[in-house]
Design a protein around this ligand. Structure first.
Ligand SMILES: Nc1ncnc2c1ncn2[C@@H]1O[C@H](COP(=O)(O)OP(=O)(O)OP(=O)(O)O)[C@@H](O)[C@H]1O
Ligand SMILES: [Mg+2]
Length: 637
């Protein structure tokens, strides 16, 4: 993945040399040299990445290369920012920019700094890499990566995933929910380990006509770890009123929910993924005990939560899939339907299904791996046997570890340039509905997608990458487009956790998440963001900007929440943040509301993508002017 960073730096360097000669005058020769050296490093890395065993040493070398690349990038970006600021000053004082710029110490030092990085950073890292890579064992040379579309021609994307073997489970729960004479307001729970199919079962129930006929109001609420009471209450209230209620306090909203539900007659609320007893207690305060017609269905992984929610009724324990059902699901995932598996592959396929231990999440991820390996029967058989052997070594692991290892298996199969794209998805909040076109533009702005021969646009390549991840079952389709394709997508929480951990651990902080806890503390501390390159705030918080954050190295800043609720922030803090984070390339902060146009944004010379709900009058940044072509600016509603 150092390769992606390297490619991006090279693209930028070439653009700089071609288009911004004015800003780098005097340093062209050094930059040209650097360009040549980096190109060499890139082709070397590409070759080694394909042929060498990717163990710990490989990863350590990659880390070194990435750090050197980042350092070069920081130097060049800082100089370009400085040069652009100088040019603006020149413009303001009607001086020829070059004249003013000549006297800036930064410009004088660009050539020197580039030389220093070349000699002291890039060269030693490259020399060491050449020697150490040569000591790594050679593995079978992987065939050149095929186009995602070619590989997966057999199976089409479908938002409506086929559900295997949950009818009996759903029927039992629907029967309970339809029971007439409950003495009191009732809560029914589904419990089971992560990835067992609780959400899938609950969603099946949510859409079932027997439920729709019985309950005029059915509400789906996703709770999760990051839940906020306010958001849950607002989601419920949306069903009853159009009134704007975001400004109300939590207590007021709680009372509003209680009132509406008390008089709602028959209603069903499905609360997916209740994480703690404390979370349940807070939600319960808004439920009307007096309404004996209302019901709540919750799903959870935790026994203490479901026990607390209803002490009298046993929770419904979701079962694992049987052997036959597991094989059925695996076939659906690989071949699109049952009974399409060639008989030569069936014994291995059945063994693989069995080794997934009845857990649907494992089966669908393994299905994505097997699908990717379809070729001639004999090759496929070999590949499938390898997968089966790997799985055989996992069967004694405890379940959570096994799921992680299976996701890792799928991750290791990803083409190199898809890995950053995948891990990047961990930045989104849990259960976030990700808009496909925006994600793709962010990937492009981040430099994860590069043009390939063949004339496809970057957007087309991005789309193919997203579809590749979906067919591997690492990403789920949420909504499809009318004419085909993906409108929105989602990440399973277990996979999101993998992305977050892996991005931090293996990829040297591809991104960092700042969280605010209930006691008002940020983790990591706000002062630490000056060392980060990508940052997302979870959940978005108005206090963040009050602490005057400065992101001197920051390239990406994301501020989104699951419910798409706007967040008023400290304006001075926000402006100061933009001003001091002048390396920013990607800003996704559409939910921040501010009163005055943040003109500081015009000075971000590296900016490639922005989503901001700006006050009316905020100038739309031109879509056609050079590097700003990817900018997107939402109007304030
Ligand atoms: N019976 C099934 N048939 C087909 N696919 C299934 C089935 N059950 C689950 N899946 C798939 O397995 C994955 C995990 O399922 P789901 O999200 O429902 O699990 P969960 O129990 O809710 O997990 P978590 O506790 O992490 O929320 C999803 O991709 C889902 O589409
Ligand atoms: Mg779930």
């Amino acid at each position: 993945m150092a390769e992606t960073a390297l490619q991006f730096l090279l693209d930028n360097l070439q653009k700089l040399l071609a288009e911004q000669i004015r800003l780098i005058a005097g340093a062209e020769d050094e930059l040209e040299e650097m360009n040549k050296e980096l190109e060499l490093m890139q082709s070397f890395l590409r070759d080694s990445a394909r042929r060498r065993l990717k163990g710990e040493l490989f990863k350590a070398l990659e880390k070194q290369i990435r750090e050197a690349v980042y350092e070069a990038e920081d130097t060049i970006d800082a100089c370009v920012s400085h040069a652009a600021a100088a040019a603006r000053t020149a413009h303001r004082y009607c001086m020829p920019p070059l004249l003013l710029f000549t006297f800036t110490p930064k410009r004088l030092s660009l050539a020197k700094q580039v030389r220093s990085i070349r000699i002291h950073k890039i060269k030693p890292v490259f020399d060491e890499a050449k020697i150490k890579f040569a000591t790594l064992p050679i593995v079978d040379e992987a065939p050149p990566e095929k186009d995602a579309v070619d590989k997966f021609r057999r199976v089409s994307l479908s938002q409506e995933k086929r559900i295997v073997g949950l009818d009996d489970e759903a029927d039992k729960i629907i029967k309970h929910l339809n029971e007439q004479h409950s003495e009191e307001f009732e809560v029914i729970s589904i419990i089971g380990m992560p990835g067992l199919g609780k959400t899938t079962t609950a969603f099946k129930i949510y859409r079932d006509s027997r439920i729709r006929n019985k309950f005029p109001t059915v509400i789906w609420v996703y709770v999760s770890q990051d839940f906020k009471n306010k958001d849950i209450f607002l989601t419920i209230l949306k069903q009853f009123t159009q009134e704007y209620m975001s400004g109300m306090s939590e207590e007021e909203l709680c009372q509003q929910v209680k009132q509406h539900l008390s008089s709602a007659g028959k209603f069903l609320i499905i609360m997916d993924d209740v994480w703690t007893v404390d979370a349940w207690n807070q939600i319960e305060a808004a439920l009307p005990k007096s309404n004996k017609l209302g019901k709540v269905l919750i799903t959870s992984c935790f026994e203490n939560v479901v026990r607390r929610a209803n002490r009298k009724r046993e929770p419904h324990r979701l079962r694992f899939l049987s052997r036959e059902e597991s094989w059925e699901l695996l076939q659906v995932e690989v071949f699109g339907d049952m009974d399409r598996c060639p008989s030569e592959l069936e014994p291995t396929g059945r063994l693989i299904a069995e080794r997934c231990c009845g857990l649907p999440l494992q089966i669908v991820v393994i299905g994505g791996i097997l699908l990717n390996k379809l070729s001639s029967i004999s090759n496929t058989k070999n590949e499938w046997e390898n997968v089966s052997d790997r799985l055989g070594t996992y069967v004694n692991d405890e379940e959570q570890k096994r799921v992680e290892r299976i996701i890792l298996l799928s991750y290791d199969e990803l083409p190199y340039d898809l890995r950053d794209c995948f891990l990047y998805l961990g930045m989104y909040p849990e259960d976030f509905e990700i808009t496909a076109w925006r994600l793709i533009r962010m990937w492009i702005a981040e430099g994860f997608i590069t043009r390939k021969p063949g004339g496809k646009s970057l957007e087309e390549i991005g789309n193919e990458k997203l579809e590749d991840l979906i067919r591997r079952n690492l990403v789920m389709v949420n909504k499809g487009k009318l004419g085909g394709g993906v409108k929105t997508c989602r990440l399973h929480d277990v996979i999101r956790e993998f992305c977050k951990n892996h991005a931090a651990f293996q990829n040297q902080n591809l991104f960092e998440e700042i969280r605010m806890f209930r006691d008002g503390e940020f983790e990591p501390q706000v002062s630490e963001i000056q060392n980060l390159r990508r940052l997302c705030i979870q959940p978005p918080n108005e206090c963040f900007f009050r602490q005057r954050p400065k992101g001197r190295k920051l390239r990406t800043f994301c501020f989104f929440n699951r419910e798409n609720l706007f967040c008023k922030v400290n304006e001075d803090g926000f402006r100061g943040f933009i001003k001091t984070s002048n390396m920013l390339r990607v800003i996704d902060a559409e939910l921040i509301t501010i009163e005055k146009s943040p003109t500081e944004i015009y000075q971000l010379v590296h900016l490639r993508y922005i989503a901001l709900a700006a006050p009316s009058g905020f100038k739309r940044i031109s879509q056609s002017s050079g590097i700003y072509r990817l900018l997107y600016c939402a109007d304030f509603l």
